[in-house]
Design a protein around this ligand. Structure first.
Ligand code: MG
Length: 383
């Protein structure tokens, strides 16, 4: 039996993780659940899974829940609550599916507490990849990727040697605006942007998917997870989202992992590894699938991928600044304050305005993230 703490339990990955747990009730025990503000959903989860600890990051939401809940589960709030859920003695694995930079500190705390990590919070590796991977090594714990692309690569690497890899090939759906040009993107609505053709995900990642920033974040994630230079990481657009990623080996052979676009598959693999378990989820039907297509990403129109590669190659604090600016810009877009294309402009302006600092500490990263968000809010005030 595995004992799990789920950070971000009411979000898209969190609820799908609980679906996986429902498939295999004898295999998992939930010992902690943490969410941001959704007290109603968290309460339902508490009543179903009876964790030792439940956390709402938002204090007002936690107070609401504590006022009406009288069961055995301990209720906590805020940063301390997240850290308590990340380090709880009873958990052997922490599923990190919090959204954004806020996931970094609990992930580092979980690593220090020698927890294995099922990583769904890619921002953690983008911002602090070196620190995170070093801590995992020092504490002899594993970081198992939940992201579908990285899970695919992880599966293709089983039994292979890293030095045989010529290229990691990450697939991208291309998002809802694939094929459009800059002119056509000026006035796209939030609703259009959230209408992803193949994946059902949270709002922030769906916008990131439309800008291709998400794929850029995933390139950085792959770089750290698989210790692979950026020159060896390629991206190919594959609109059907059946091939989840590929490895090209140095003999020319390509290994791909396929499956329906359903996040419960990579979540289950991360949680049951090194075993495979049966599942009732959908299967690929090759008789009705028809064709699978592949194309080069249009990085002139969708600058997010290039911005991320450039920030990644610069290293230091640039990925952190990019990530902070992106989170703030996507938030502003979802609030209806800026247009879709403004997201690129804002990230680029933040990166131009800030000097890079190499080998950052955690404290420096916190400062840089704060600076980036502040800078974006400054830009928004001037608009
Ligand atoms: Mg992904």
């Amino acid at each position: 039996m595995k004992t799990l703490s789920i950070l971000g339990s009411t979000g898209s990955i969190g609820t799908q993780t609980l679906d996986v747990v429902r498939e295999h009730p004898a295999m998992f025990n939930i010992v902690a659940l943490a969410a941001n503000t959704n007290d109603n959903k968290l309460e339902e989860q508490i009543n179903e899974f009876h964790p030792e600890l439940a956390v709402l990051y938002d204090e007002a939401s936690a107070k609401r829940l504590a006022a009406r809940y009288h069961g055995k589960t301990k209720i906590m709030c805020g940063h301390d609550g997240l850290i308590a859920a990340a380090t709880i003695d009873a958990a052997d694995t922490v599923v990190t599916s919090l959204m954004g930079f806020v996931g970094l500190a609990p992930t580092l705390a979980a690593l220090d507490a020698k927890k294995n990590i099922a990583l769904a919070n890619k921002e953690t590796l983008v911002v602090a990849g070196e620190i995170v991977m070093r801590k995992a090594k020092e504490n002899h714990v594993s970081i198992l990727p939940v992201d579908s692309e990285h899970c695919a690569i992880f599966q293709c690497l089983q039994g292979e040697k890293r030095e045989w890899v010529e290229h990691l090939i990450l697939t991208a759906s291309g998002g809802p605006f694939r094929g459009k040009k800059t002119d056509e993107l000026k006035n796209v609505s939030i609703k259009d942007c959230l209408n992803h053709p193949t994946w059902s995900m949270g709002k922030k990642i769906t916008v990131d998917s439309a800008t291709l920033v998400n794929k850029g974040l995933e390139v950085i994630e792959a770089h750290f997870l698989y210790d692979m230079p950026y020159e060896k990481i390629k991206v190919v657009v594959h609109p059907q989202s059946i091939v989840h990623s590929m490895i090209q080996f140095y003999d020319g052979a390509v290994m791909a992992q396929l499956g329906v676009p359903d996040m419960r598959l990579p979540i289950q693999y991360a949680l049951t590894y090194p075993e495979r378990m049966p599942s009732s989820f959908d299967r690929v039907d090759f008789y009705t699938l028809g064709s699978m297509t592949f194309e080069k990403p249009d990085t002139e129109t969708f600058r997010g991928l290039k911005i991320a590669y450039d920030a990644a190659k610069a290293g230091g604090t640039m990925p952190c600044v990019m990530n902070g600016a992106n989170e703030a810009a996507v938030g502003a877009f979802l609030d209806g304050k800026i247009g879709f294309l403004d997201i690129y402009e804002i990230i680029e302006r933040a990166l131009d305005a800030r000097e890079n600092k190499l080998n950052p500490t955690f404290e420096t990263l916190v400062e840089e993230d704060k600076w980036a968000r502040g800078y974006v809010h400054e830009i928004l005030r001037m608009k």
